[in-house]
Write a protein that binds this ligand. Structure first.
Ligand code: 5GP
Ligand code: ZN
Length: 119
């Protein structure tokens, strides 16, 4: 399967293995790895392998990857044993959303009771 890549993108480098990461799950469409600065006992980043800068770039053509991300999240939750206790999936978009890496990604957080509303 072929996908777009951006040679200056941190998560594209992680997907290609140019920057090491702790893999949790992988298939043709997505890659999941442990966040380097975990905000919960379980903090996993799930990315589409194709480079999409943010949710702003999601359209009818490429939105299938979002379903693939959520299917991976459900699988990881079962694999890691936190499906029953629950978890949170977060996508930060743009400056006000707190996005710091310009490759669409979803935070999968679990292992403690998470607060609401977020900060
Ligand atoms: P954002 O703030 O864009 O929503 O999330 C980016 C996330 O990527 C942050 O939680 C940050 O800790 C994580 N991150 C940044 N650089 C690296 C890295 O080199 N390796 C890993 N595993 N995570 C990273
Ligand atoms: Zn990228």
């Amino acid at each position: 399967m072929s996908y777009n890549t951006d040679e200056n993108c941190l998560f594209c480098k992680i997907i290609k293995g140019e920057i090491p990461s702790a893999a949790v799950y992988e298939n043709d469409e997505v890659y999941a790895f442990r966040d380097i600065e975990p905000q919960a006992p379980q903090h996993i980043i799930i990315v589409p392998k194709t480079h999409i800068a943010s949710t702003n770039e999601i359209d009818e053509e490429n939105s299938k990857v979002v379903g693939a991300v959520f299917a991976a999240a459900a699988k990881i939750a079962r694999m890691e044993g936190f499906a029953e206790n629950g978890y949170r999936i977060v996508n930060n978009c743009g400056n006000d959303g707190g996005q710091t890496v310009g490759h669409l990604h979803f935070h999968l957080l679990a292992g403690r009771s998470l607060q609401w509303p977020p900060g």
